[in-house]
Design a protein around this ligand. Structure first.
Ligand code: CA
Length: 238
């Protein structure tokens, strides 16, 4: 598999922040990522991670959930609150789906259960970094109901008030706008929005659709715009 972790614009290696308190795992991860051509910094606590993120720019965060002090959920929430929109891949040892969904709701872009397969982790990192520019960019502005979306400035308002969307919620919405009236399968959405080739976690799509609905639908349980098409996927009726 060929990997091109260098960002095309600068040619500099992509900078990853690994937030992990388990020293041996942090070292294993870091060594492998460096071998793949990434520049890696390790933070052993959530507090240290937030300091590192404030001190210099990173391209992606690998975030363990179970940390001493502030946990991964807290870190994720805080970095989004600070307006950092870099991709966050959460590493969770907790088996409960609920915990994973919580991470996504707090603004993580994806999650991986521990123990994980290193090749799978590398593939996820690559997919998150590769995010293609959306084809819908440059399409201008859209209005549906009380919602206004300006794809040029990437702003979304509801009744004139700004709506704060995570990167993936925004990409999902932009993708829906681009395919207005079409049925989109979870696999298509994973491919277009997340850049995945296969439907590893179609639940990821459902969770993001649910959080997007909460932000743009007047009645999220009876959505008017992002409509579920039974067994097929979703359709945007704007
Ligand atoms: Ca840990």
């Amino acid at each position: 598999m060929s990997r091109t972790p260098s960002s095309p614009a600068s040619g500099k290696p992509r900078r990853l922040l690994v937030v992990e308190d388990e020293r041996s795992l942090a070292a294993t991860l870091s060594d492998r990522l460096v071998a793949e051509g990434y520049a890696v910094e390790v933070s052993p606590t959530g507090e240290a991670a937030l300091e590192a993120l404030a001190a210099s720019p990173f391209d992606l965060v690998l975030l363990d959930v179970m940390l001493p002090g502030m946990d991964g959920f807290g870190v994720c929430m805080e970095l989004r609150r600070r307006g950092l929109d870099l991709p966050v891949l959460m590493l969770t040892a907790r088996a409960e789906v609920r915990e994973k969904i919580l991470g996504l709701k707090l603004g993580a872009d994806d999650y991986l259960g521990k123990p994980f397969d290193m090749l799978e982790l590398l593939a996820r990192v690559e997919a998150l970094l590769r995010r293609r520019p959306l084809a819908s960019e440059g399409l201008g502005s859209h209005e549906f109901g009380e919602v206004k979306v300006d794809l040029r400035s990437a702003t979304v308002t509801l009744g004139g008030q700004p709506v704060s969307l995570s990167t993936m919620e925004y990409r999902l919405l932009a993708c829906f706008l681009q395919h207005k009236g079409e049925v989109l399968s979870r696999e298509q959405l994973l491919d277009e929005v997340w850049g995945y080739d296969s439907s590893v976690y179609s639940r990821t799509v459902d969770v993001h659709v649910a959080t997007l609905r909460q932000k743009i639908e007047a009645s999220p349980s009876r959505p008017r715009f992002v409509v579920t098409v039974h067994r097929l996927g979703y359709r945007f009726d704007g």
